[in-house]
Design a protein around this ligand. Structure first.
Ligand SMILES: [Zn+2]
Length: 105
């Protein structure tokens, strides 16, 4: 069903499997059998499609925008979510690779 106008007229179309996570929020309310907390985010796919989806694999302070790719659930019991997005690359370690050293003034 169309979320904008409520029309039941929909089509199956192929979509890009990568995009950019534009914003996200953590949900603390149980929903449709999904145990909170879980993350929902707004993703703009590389073909321009804008959608809301579950997001997994973000570190706590990850800043947007974040390149993401879709993951389709391999579970066969139809439990939600059927798909979600995760960062397209793992979190990068802090630049410099060593501990910062403070120098006395
Ligand atoms: Zn519509």
């Amino acid at each position: 069903m169309c979320h904008a106008c409520g029309s039941p007229t929909v089509l199956d179309v192929p979509l890009a499997n990568e995009g950019i996570l534009l914003s996200y929020t953590t949900v603390w309310v149980e929903r449709e059998g999904i145990t909170p907390p879980f993350v929902l985010g707004q993703v703009r796919l590389n073909d321009g499609t804008l959608l809301y989806s579950h997001v997994r694999g973000l570190v706590d302070d990850r800043k947007v925008p974040v390149p993401v790719r879709v993951v389709v659930s391999s579970r066969t019991d139809a439990s939600p979510p059927a798909f979600w997005f995760e960062p397209a690359s793992p979190p990068q370690p802090p630049k410099g690779g060593g501990a910062a050293v403070e120098t006395p003034d």
